[in-house]
Design a protein around this ligand. Structure first.
Ligand code: AMP
Length: 456
């Protein structure tokens, strides 16, 4: 895909004005203390409590409290005419300038354009689509009350971990406005999710396809009034076989002319290109992926090893890189179990993240990994796909992935947010034939080193 931002900014003739929004917010700023919304249906707070609340200087926040110097070549959130409540959350999250995908998409999504975005994790794409969605909902509050279970915004993600992380970011970005975030994912309590749908306004619904379809088919959640739809990691949905479910879900949402659709994917195989066009309405296409599909900040190396040397070489590698936050990918669950046992016996602080681990345990494991309580995570592709943890210094492919595109996803867990990272991939007699395929996908040759266990 080519970058089309410049073209999008100037060529307005190709894009009819969105039909679902009459006019765009004109007001440039608002004071937070005047916007203590009691629900997403009302833009002013009429509750006696709020009306009587003393407006002390302390309770007033304005954009001036978040000074960010203009820097050439960088877009500030200040420059986007976002609602102050969104800016306040952005300030609290410590973001100052838009990341590239945010700078490329927000000027268009805030105007209501659909987006097809090629971006990997680590680029800030989650905040890119959330800021557009939240700003839109604040700009266009519901005019009348509806039953709680009608979703306004729907974000579909392929894995539970990714959905939970998107929801976490959505909660932070909505912390200064009354928009509820509800998460529907498999593996966690169905009952609790059902209660959330009954008791809260579903302003932003983050879901994996299977569980969402269960709820939608039994009409416990209603998708017929979705205003904004996000499909995240669309290529993953395809490779995980979710496209039929996603199609059924999309059929339950309003026609594409009447909703805003943002589709993100790290790669664009032909099927995804076709679906992206089918699901969006005069989309603007944006790509922030460097020419090489993989992150420039990642030093990549392949260790060619004999199969029986893999474990001793791995052990040495981990011990040499003592304390580094590391993810080790294996292809099968039994491999992850076996590796986990070996690492544990070698007194390496580790945990497993695979599909067979109960979801609540996986959430806890991920938290411990983020908090630095766990140093090494052993993961399968499916479970590891949604790991969005900063400062992962090392990714190890204990076996090369069966699908070369998974290589890009795996190593993309390191080198995030401008940090540097390293990936070490083991290639043995069983899988070395995959190397040319992988190099084709990453668009460069990868340095190979022959390794043997030197400690014996
Ligand atoms: P993502 O690609 O959405 O997984 O985001 C990667 C990381 O970048 C997350 O930890 C975000 O919180 C962080 N992030 C997103 N946008 C910005 C920004 N504009 N400035 C700094 N960090 C950001």
């Amino acid at each position: 895909m080519e970058k089309q931002t410049q073209e999008a900014a100037t060529q307005t003739t190709t894009k009819p004005k969105r039909t679902r929004r009459n006019s765009k917010r004109s007001k440039n700023s608002e004071h937070l203390n005047n916007h203590n919304q009691s629900s997403s249906t009302d833009n002013s707070d009429a509750s006696p409590k709020a009306q009587n609340a003393p407006k002390t200087a302390k309770s007033i926040w304005s954009i001036e409290d978040f000074p960010v110097e203009p820097v050439e070549g960088k877009l500030r959130f200040h420059d986007l005419n976002l609602p102050d409540r969104v800016i306040k959350s952005i300030a609290e999250m410590g973001f100052e300038y838009c990341s590239e995908i945010q700078a490329e998409t927000l000027p268009m999504t805030l105007l209501g354009y659909d987006i097809i975005g090629q971006a990997q994790t680590g680029t800030g794409k989650t905040a890119a689509f959330l800021i557009a969605m939240i700003s839109d909902f604040l700009d266009y509050p519901l005019e009348e009350k509806r039953p709680n279970n009608f979703a306004r915004g729907l974000i579909i993600a392929p894995t539970r971990e990714l959905a939970i992380q998107i929801a976490d970011e959505a909660i932070k970005l909505t912390s200064n406005c009354h928009l509820n975030v509800v998460t529907l994912v498999g593996g966690l309590s169905y009952e609790k999710q059902k209660i959330a749908l009954e008791t809260e306004n579903v302003d932003i619904l983050v879901a994996t396809p299977g569980r969402l379809l269960d709820f939608a088919r039994s009409r416990k959640v209603q998708l017929g009034k979705v205003e904004c739809l996000v499909l995240d990691e669309a290529d993953r949905m395809l490779s995980m076989g979710f496209i039929p479910d996603v199609k059924s879900i999309i059929r339950m949402t309003p026609h594409k002319e009447s909703r805003q659709t943002m589709l993100f994917s790290a790669t664009f195989p032909k099927d995804i290109q076709a679906l992206a066009q089918q699901w969006t309405y005069f989309p603007k296409e944006v790509s922030v992926v460097p020419k090489e599909a993989t992150n420039q900040n990642i030093e990549q190396v392949i260790y060619t090893v004999e199969a029986d040397q893999k474990w001793p070489v791995l052990k040495q590698l981990i011990q040499e890189n003592g304390g580094q936050r590391t993810i080790i990918f294996a292809n099968r669950r039994d491999e992850t179990r076996d590796l986990y046992e070996r690492l544990r016996k070698a007194n390496i602080n580790c945990a497993i993240l695979s599909g067979e681990v109960a979801q609540d345990k996986r959430v806890k494991t991920l938290k411990n990994f983020k908090d630095g309580v766990i140093q090494v995570l052993v993961a399968t592709d499916v479970a590891g796909r949604g790991i969005h943890v900063d400062n992962v210094q090392l990714v190890v492919n204990y076996a090369l992935p069966e699908d070369p595109e998974d290589y890009v996803h795996r190593i993309g867990r390191t080198g995030r947010g401008g940090e540097t990272g390293k990936s070490v991939s083991f290639a043995s007699e069983d899988d070395a034939f995959m190397i040319p395929e992988i190099e084709k996908v990453v668009g460069e040759s990868i340095r190979c080193e022959y390794m043997v266990d030197t400690t014996r």
